[in-house]
Design a protein around this ligand. Sequence first.
Ligand code: SF4
Length: 439
Amino acid sequence: MWTHYPELLRRPVPRYTSYPTAADFDESVGEDQFRAALDEVAPGTPVSLYVHIPFCEEICWYCGCNTARSNRRSRLEAYLDALHEEIAMVAEHLGGRGQVARIAFGGGSPNAIEPLDFVRLLGDIMVAFHAENPLLSIEIDPRHVSAGWLNVLRAARVRYASMGVQSFDPKVQAAIGRVQPWHHIESLTGSLREAGVQSLNFDLMYGLPHQDRAVLMETLERTIDLSPDRVALFGYAHVPHLIARQRRIDASALPDEKERFEMAEMGHDYLVAHGYQPVGFDHFARPGDPLAIAAQEHRLHRNFQGFTDDSAGHLIGLGASAISQFPGLYAQNAKNAGVYRTAVAAGRFPVERGIVRSAASRRCGALISDILCHGDGALPDDLSPAQTERLEEFEQRGLIRIDAGRIRLDPDALPYARTIAAIFDPLMVHKIGGFSAPV
Ligand code: SF4
């Protein structure tokens, strides 16, 4: 049973899909560093690709993604032209080095583009990078999956798919600008399975307007009825000062922190009781799913797509705002689609920001990842008095054990995992300074 310690949860912490996080990126990294990182890719090195489609047919009010409405065909075409151009530039620079084993399409909603455009895009990537039978995954907006898209998913042998469900409650759906009845998701789940999708993920949310434990429970029950292979249960972060579209959400209808905590615990317990294995701090997978197996075998990783069984140390991001990860560098493409297109049209890699991964930051990142993925890690030798004091707060409450130079999280410490990981993030000091100094 989880115990609620509000004093430990007061401090906002990153989700740590990378370390250093994207909030630490700056403009000291540009196309020169990106080019040098590509130069260091050795022949045969496993490389994963991430392709970003920053468009959706409808924009959900809660969404924090870099996306815009796909209502103008000319805008989509211009973006896709630039994407094809960037693919050619990166592949040419790699010159056949690197073995592309995985390609992930995300956004936005990749299914905001036409199925035929997706076929062209995938074909272009496969040829340009000499990819042979890569594992394909895709994020899907379930409101807009046409028969043509299902045919393409089948023909392309897309094996992993993830769809945003969030809540099955009609009142909650109306309050977040995302209406998609249960029977629609039921029908689509069957269609995706028929199309050959082997691992299907549902994204769910707690902490939404008009949501309480009973409302979430109904969504969980209806989720179990459809038996997705994976479930991700995220907490909604209401930050309308940062994400303007969230201003449409009625803040007075949001549950408080204690209710959120109870919902997260209930969701965790319910999914585990129904045969799902916890993966990291907010993912769940059926025991035979590759993600669950990776968690059991201590092969879980954390990258920009969340928890993953992908062990490739080189991830190349293609498209506006996409982030590339190399052993010594993070590099992010221009977020603005117009800026991205202009850079590519000028023959430049569209990298705008990033950070060099020093040996020290890689060590921090490895420990943070170990804590989040495995609930355990080797403590550094040079803990500061402040870090020791923070660890004691968790140790005294039985949330962690420190033994033989290692930190181990109690299974009931899951809601505190990110906060515990943040103790080892030296850049948090600057973030806290920034947040707490109004003048
Ligand atoms: S479909 Fe997904 S990416 Fe698009 S606006 Fe909604 S939540 Fe955001």
